[in-house]
Every structure is written in structure tokens, then in C-alpha cells.
Design a protein around this ligand. Structure first.
Ligand code: 5GP
Length: 205
């Protein structure tokens, strides 16, 4: 049977540890593709264009919206963020596990389009005060940006019921084990077409 593509959406407040968990998935899985988003926000220290994000201007982003290049896009904390359509479709066709670090709006769009092959996890901290501590410790954001992020996080928390799983990241090794298990199980999701071909092949062989 041909390899099946599946989608793995990870959302949650910035500072909850999504990037480190995603790195574990990239290290531990073959046939995995991380969807690099495009953004208009400023590059943080240590971030690399084309690795963490594609950093573009507002004009460039708006042009790409007009050209229909995004599978989904959203405004988060006053900046644009978007997922490019083409690489995701290519990775799916190659039967890969496509991993997304996107917000709750992006999750809603992906779910609407690809519900049957999507698995989603909302990663968060044990409390808002812990999130504040981690953002301050990271030291990459101004106090004003941190306040914006905390407010946004409280809004996002209201939508955790839309996710398949909620992972409280209070212990990294524990969270890592969970995310790897969920990612593994997500490979067993079948699209309706795949179910048909599985039944057909099962009968014929
Ligand atoms: P950060 O600025 O911390 O990198 O990201 C801010 C928020 O934007 C995070 O919640 C992140 O998941 C979300 N985000 C990043 N890329 C995308 C994207 O392509 N689409 C959507 N909808 N959200 C994104």
C-alpha cells in the first residue's frame, strides 16, 4: 500500500515549549516535514530565515494572500502568519507526516480542510504565571510584547476543547514522551480515499 500522509498540528502559547517538542519529533521520525510558516514579525535573536520562518514585509505577505499562495493565514499579536500551500501538498503526496506550529485559527482552518487526516495537540504551561516567568526568562520579547502574548494565551486557552489532546508541559521529558506517542499514533489516521484503497487491497491480496 502506498504511504499515507498525515497532518500534526501543535498549538499553544509561545513560551510553552512547542519548538523544543517539535524538534524532538523531527529528530525521531523519518518521513517528516515541518511546515515553515511565513511571517511579518521581526526576527528574534538566533532565528534563521528559511529555517524558523520565512520573514517577509507586510506588502509581500499581502501580495501572497492575493495570489492565493496560503493554505491558511491569520493575524496573531498584530503580525501576519501563514502556511504556504505548495510544500504542504507536496509533502502529503510523498506520504509524509506534516508538522505545523500554528495558532488556534490556523488549527481551525486545517481541521475544516483535512479533518480526517489531522491530529492536534494544544501545548501549554501549568499556569499563566509560569508562562510569564518563561517568557521573561527567554528574554526575547519586550514587556509590552509579553503582555500581548499573555492576553492572547488566555484567549487561546478558551479554545482548547477544539483539540484532540491537551499537553501540560510541566516536565519536558514527560511532555516529550507524550508528543512522540501522539505523533506515532497520528500516522494511523486514514483519509476516506485511503480507507477505500485499504479495503480494496485487503480483499485482493
Ligand atoms: P511566534 O511569534 O511566537 O513565533 O508565534 C506566534 C504565534 O503564531 C504562535 O502561536 C504560532 O503557533 C503562530 N503561528 C506561527 N506560524 C503560523 C502560521 O503559519 N499560521 C497561523 N495561523 N499561526 C501561526
Amino acid at each position: 500500500m502506498r504511504k499515507r500522509g498525515s497532518l500534526f498540528v501543535i498549538s499553544g502559547p509561545s513560551g510553552a515549549g512547542k519548538s523544543s517538542l517539535i524538534n524532538e519529533i523531527l529528530k525521531n521520525f523519518e518521513d517528516v516535514y515541518f511546515s515553515i510558516s511565513t511571517t511579518t514579525r521581526e526576527k528574534r535573536e538566533g532565528e534563521v530565515d528559511g529555517v524558523n520562518y520565512y520573514f517577509v514585509t507586510k506588502d509581500e505577505f499581502e501580495n501572497d494572500i492575493k495570489k492565493g499562495l496560503f493554505l491558511e493565514w491569520a493575524e496573531v499579536h498584530g503580525n501576519y502568519y501563514g502556511t504556504s500551500l505548495k510544500p504542504v501538498f507536496e509533502a502529503l503526496q510523498e506520504g509524509k507526516l506534516v508538522v505545523f506550529d500554528i495558532d488556534v485559527q490556523g488549527h481551525e482552518s486545517i481541521r475544516k480542510k483535512f479533518d480526517d487526516i489531522t491530529t492536534s495537540v494544544f501545548v501549554t504551561t501549568p499556569s499563566i504565571s509560569e508562562l510569564k516567568k518563561r517568557l521573561q526568562k527567554r528574554g526575547t520579547d519586550s514587556e509590552e510584547t509579553i503582555q500581548k502574548r499573555l492576553k492572547n494565551a488566555a484567549e487561546e486557552m478558551k479554545r482548547i476543547g477544539e483539540f484532540d489532546f491537551v499537553l501540560i508541559n510541566d516536565d519536558f521529558n514527560r511532555a516529550k514522551d507524550f508528543i512522540l506517542s501522539i505523533a506515532k499514533a497520528s500516522r494511523l489516521k486514514f483519509s476516506k480515499d485511503d480507507i477505500q484503497s485499504l479495503i480494496w487491497e485487503w480483499k485482493e491480496s
